[in-house]
Design a protein around this ligand. Structure first.
Ligand code: F0G
Length: 452
């Protein structure tokens, strides 16, 4: 146990503060909309007491390793294992955990050849309990919701947040309310929320409309907001970077590439990188880059047209529905981490997303469309020489292949693009073949496949 993770039983001890990213105001409590009472900007969690506590890098790395052989739930969770850099809880049993995190890093030999980047890796967050990275944030934020006495939690979502929130609420004995855009999220994600018992509202609007409504709701009703505006979510999500660095034996990769939607995750990972540098846990800073779909490119346009000064909202349209967001809440935080780490921002087309998704599938891994923007974006970053072939690159695959079967089936059947657009994609397509149940027919198919 490090000094940072303990608190005297019965005494409310806070190891963190909320800090407004706009005016810098610090407080010990936050309003339900998680916005600054002075200027209305977003809050982040900071740890002013880390300096006093004199966190010893070598010691804390040892503690995190050591917890791996423990049998307690908080040690087995890939999030709470790093609790020394998280908001403190008084008792371990308070954590609502599904043993999230602990996700593998894979090499990508085929994608390496395609991109020319020899040291190319994927950190697969789709292998979390509900199939996306959201679980790493939800375990922390749901825990703080219950500790604060809330019976209801709520979110607006493009699908993964709602699936994750519903699971953690169920696990923690809370009720959950989900607001999703009608017809714009995959059935897989919707079905998860239903099974985990959420009250699920399909609203006739887009994600941005759902989030706006949720922000109004939390000011009127005693429900705890679990969108990534909630800074406890981002604290949980940041542990991905701590885990990643541990897996790389604290030798930082040169680049980490993430998809950008509401921009909470990239903000969280960037925050973690800066914290690790400040704590002396690693010597160099990886460049964090963000990739968006062309049809939902608010950050790309914000940087290009205003130099990052003012958000350009866009009407979002992409088949990568997880990132179908036109008015990203955490845009300022994301710009801060892009600037602080020296990362880049890219956009990719629908065709490039579909191709990259199939290429990740061909590695035997697979991911959902929003995650595949990372590989599609990497190709462009190599082309513009921002990423060099001899650098180490990690793609964060945010969601599981099974999250969006409609996309996958449409792609392989050739129902996604017009005939003339699919030419280069054909070698990646493996449509299902309907046959009579005869040995001959199957043998013929096998032979044809062998020679194709
Ligand atoms: N990848 C996946 C699979 C996602 O579900 C999301 C966001 C992102 C990337 C983008 O992350 O918003 O932090 O920039 N999904 C949210 C949801 C919005 O409601 O599930 P971000």
């Amino acid at each position: 146990m490090s000094t940072l993770s303990t608190s005297t039983p019965g005494v409310r001890y806070l190891n963190y503060q909320f800090r407004c990213i706009g005016c810098g105001n610090t407080t010990e409590t936050a309003a339900q909309d998680f916005r600054c009472a002075n200027c209305g900007d977003l809050l982040e969690i900071t740890y002013p007491y880390w300096k006093e506590a004199k966190l010893d890098g070598a010691q804390v790395k040892f503690i995190w390793q050591d917890r791996k052989i423990s049998t307690s739930a908080v040690d087995l969770s890939g999030v709470w294992r790093f609790r020394d850099v998280l908001p403190v809880i008084e008792r371990e049993e308070q954590a609502i955990t599904l043993l999230e995190g602990n996700t593998p890093i894979y090499d990508l030999p085929r994608c390496s050849i395609i991109t020319g980047v020899t040291r190319l890796f994927a950190k697969h967050q789709g292998l979390n309990p509900t199939g996306s990275f959201k679980d790493t944030g939800m375990t922390v934020a749901a825990t703080f919701a219950r500790m604060s006495g809330f019976r209801w939690v709520a979110c607006a979502s493009t699908g993964n947040t709602s699936a994750s929130m519903a699971a953690y609420a169920a696990r923690g004995g809370m009720r959950s309310l989900v607001l999703v855009p009608e017809g714009k999220i995959s059935w897989s994600k919707l079905s998860q929320a239903l099974d985990y018992g959420a009250v699920t509202c399909q609203l006739r609007t887009d994600f941005d409309g759902c989030l706006k409504l949720l922000q109004e709701l939390v000011r009127k009703a005693p429900v705890y907001q679990l969108n990534s505006i909630n800074p406890f979510r981002l604290e949980g999500q940041k542990t991905l970077a701590f885990e990643l660095m541990e897996q790389f034996e604290w030798q930082p990769p040169d680049h980490i590439i993430l998809p950008g939607g509401n921009l909470g995750n990239s903000s969280a990972i960037g925050k973690a990188l800066l914290e690790m540098r400040d704590l002396g846990l690693m010597s160099t800073l990886p460049k964090l880059s963000i990739v968006q779909a062309e049809g939902a490119n608010a950050l790309v346009r914000t940087l290009r047209e205003t130099g990052g000064k003012q958000l350009i909202s866009v009407p979002a349209e992409t088949r990568a529905t997880a990132i179908r967001i036109g008015n990203p809440a955490s845009w300022k935080k994301a710009i801060h981490v892009l600037e602080a780490t020296g990362g880049a921002c890219e956009q990719v087309s629908e065709r490039e997303i579909a191709q990259a998704k199939a290429e990740i599938g061909a590695e035997g891994l697979g991911c959902e469309p929003a995650s595949a923007v990372t590989l599609a974006g990497l190709k462009k970053l190599v082309k513009r020489k921002f990423v060099k072939p001899d650098e180490t690159v990690v793609l964060v695959l945010t969601g599981n292949l099974l999250k969006d079967p409609d996309f996958t089936i449409d792609f392989h059947r050739g129902d996604m693009f017009a005939e003339k657009e699919t030419a280069g994609l054909n070698p990646l397509r493996h449509p299902p073949i309907v046959l009579d149940a005869s040995l001959d027919a199957v043998m013929r198919t096998l032979e044809q496949a062998e020679h194709s």
